[in-house]
Design a protein around this ligand. Structure first.
Ligand code: 5CA
Ligand code: ZN
Length: 416
């Protein structure tokens, strides 16, 4: 699939400190340790509705990681999927009497525009489940052959399931207890009560064709892929059997990343699949998680339609910590707009204080598990100095442009 167009990232002189990020699997903030090319997989959208601010906040967090790696002079290989075939898409298409393919294409197109407007750097591989059906079914075939997967005991629909005991460390990603897994599984797309499975926590790998549902032919018989194995196959085939960051919102830790890792590790034996499992907090509105199924959504495209500057949206989202569950409010947006205005005014001044220390502080805050509030405060202080003193002694003519470059490169906020 085509991603959105590349975005220029200015080079900022100096060297950033090593990046440390919270990892769900260990529960700690730990250094990331990429080789010369950092490898990241971030779960993409299921395109049945427009991008809301919860999605935007999650992709924004991983965009910062991408930018910090570039700032450190590393190559980055970033892979993202699009779940362009799955139950929620079919259900919505059915409800609205639209073709599921058209719905998926439409919402994916809107997502690209939203991402571009927010200056989120595109992934290098942007892969739809539909275009990956062959590689997914191949992976499922290998799991079946190795005994890590089995056919449901069902003559009519012998779906393929993963035996969750096939890896030694099942549960290491989310660290949920079995009771917690069983509680959450049905709420997040799982089918614990499906007759014919060996265990409620075995996850669907291949759904055999049903009347009226799209299906693809494969060695497994006609059918379509399960959700977790989609990401496992797309990641393994592009990033190899181990990579640096597996990303998504906190609702993906279990079951999605737990099972995706279990599927991949059952195949390769390489543990852990990702050295960091990074989970962004949930954005809510009026006290409830923003979700397509609840319908309490603020869409990025709607804000764009209302002529809200996407950079103000970006700053509003960056004012909270990436892992904190938090609410989108009108005040948050007003705050982002006010900050953007101030920063632009300061960056447009004829001169400003030497920004070297400010940039060092921005880098240090971001390297510390993406402390964006600290990074914004550092630039606020520089802008305050410019706007209060106006023409300081010994200020540099390139001070404002250097701050603008740093805000652009490290935070993705263009002040020009
Ligand atoms: N296609 C799958 C992943 S393979 C999926 O979860 N799609 S999604 O469209 O439902 O979500 C896309 C991303 O947005 C996921 O990382 C999800 O965790 C995140 N997300 C969804 N709702 C919110 C929210 N309210 N706040 C923050 N992130 C959210
Ligand atoms: Zn995924």
């Amino acid at each position: 699939m085509r991603a959105w167009p590349p975005i220029d990232v200015p080079r900022v002189p100096g060297t950033p400190p090593p990046l440390r990020l919270h990892d769900t699997a260990s529960g700690d903030v730990r250094p990331v340790t990429p080789g010369s090319t950092a490898k990241m997989y971030v779960c993409g959208i299921t395109p049945y509705d427009a991008t809301h601010l919860g999605h935007a906040a999650t992709y924004l967090a991983f965009d910062l990681i991408h930018r910090l790696w570039l700032d450190a002079g590393l190559g980055v290989h970033y892979v993202q999927n699009v779940t362009d075939i799955d139950d929620p898409l079919l259900e919505r298409a059915d409800r609205d009497s639209v073709d599921w393919v058209v719905l998926g294409m439409r919402e994916t197109a809107l997502f690209r525009e939203d991402m571009q407007s927010l200056r989120i750097l595109p992934p290098h591989d942007y892969i739809g489940a539909v275009e990956a059906v062959d590689e997914i079914s191949e992976l499922v075939g290998k799991l079946l052959a190795s005994g890590a997967a089995y056919r449901a005991d069902d003559d009519r629909y012998p779906d393929v399931y993963h035996d969750h005991t096939a890896t030694r460390d099942f549960g290491y990603v989310s660290r949920y207890s079995e009771a917690e897994m069983l509680r959450v599984f049905p709420e997040r797309g799982g089918d614990p009560d499906r007759p014919g499975k060996r265990h409620p926590l075995d996850a669907l790998l291949w759904r055999t064709a049903r009347e009226g549902e799209p299906a693809w032919s494969s060695d497994l018989g006609d059918g379509r892929p399960g959700w977790h194995v989609e990401c496992a196959a797309i990641a393994l085939n592009r990033l190899g059997d181990q990579y640096d960051v597996q990303g998504g919102g906190s609702d993906l830790a279990f079951p999605h990343h737990e099972f995706g890792s279990a599927h991949a590790e059952a195949l390769t034996g390489a543990h852990p699949l990702a050295r960091h499992y990074c989970h962004a907090g949930m954005i809510g509105l009026d006290g409830a998680k923003m979700s397509k199924s609840k319908g309490n959504l603020v869409f990025v495209s709607r804000l764009r339609g209302d002529r809200v500057d996407p950079m103000a949206v970006r700053l509003a989202l960056l004012s909270g910590h990436w892992r904190a569950d938090r609410s989108w409010t009108a005040e948050l947006l007003t705050g982002g707009q006010a900050r953007l205005h101030r920063w632009r005014e300061a960056a447009g001044a004829p001169s400003g204080p030497d920004p070297e220390d400010t940039i060092a502080r921005v880098r240090a805050h971001l390297a510390d598990d993406l402390d964006t509030a600290g990074a914004l405060a550092a630039i606020d202080a520089w802008a305050d100095e410019v706007l209060v003193r106006r023409d300081g002694q010994g200020w540099a003519a390139d001070g404002p442009s250097r701050i603008a470059d740093a805000a652009d490169a490290l935070l993705g906020v263009t002040l020009r």
